[in-house]
Design a protein around this ligand. Sequence first.
Ligand code: SF4
Length: 253
Amino acid sequence: MAQPPRSRVTPPLPIAPLPMLKSLRFALTEKSGNIKTGPIPVSVSSRTTCPSTCPFLKGGGCYAAAGYYTRLHWDAVTRGDRGEPLAGFLARIRALPEGQLWRHNVSGDLVATGGRLSRRFLDALTKANQGRRGFTYTHHLPELGENARLLRRANRGGFRVNVSTESERAADAAIAQGLPAVMAVPSDETRTTWRTPEGNRVLVCPAQRSDTRQCADCALCHTRGRRVIIAFLAHGTGKTKANAVIAEALANG
Ligand code: SF4
């Protein structure tokens, strides 16, 4: 068959077309030693993936930055001393066993420019995850640009991206947009389950309610009802700051 003139051939799109993507590093630990996740693969992305709008970045209380070893690892990945560029990272995800539960981003967030998610990044990660059970959380704002549409597409493709919120109002809004939501709640919250004003069910993370539960056997952050919000109690050394961030979010409605 005759080939079209060279000028009309569309070159294949590179996976990482944005200049900033080239500077990013990603690291996969194939068996986490974290007591909460259990022995599942977990990843880290360069610090620059975190959105400036994240309230825990602005107000303090970020768990990833508060944990000593987590922070050291994150810094090493960000400097480029550990981890690898995106293409190698995606190859590692594709090599995970069928059905493998794994958590993307113990530290870091999804790749974006100015808060707008990178379509090529998210599509490439969703594709690499096919057949596996990847899940993550994002503080990038769904209402910005085509973020909500891209997040829905990733979720439909089996890569579970939970929208991180700090209030029932925000969690209800995410669910109304067809997105799974999680919510940070004050450390002194004593309820284990309740309903939001929109009737969505809130369930406190089982690993925070029991010493014997882990992500490895829970998997609710990947698979649950559309209207179930996972709540995370503020905890750890950043607890006081996290409580203040949550209080401010609640005060702002
Ligand atoms: S709800 Fe389950 S999967 Fe999600 S963080 Fe808690 S233990 Fe892990």
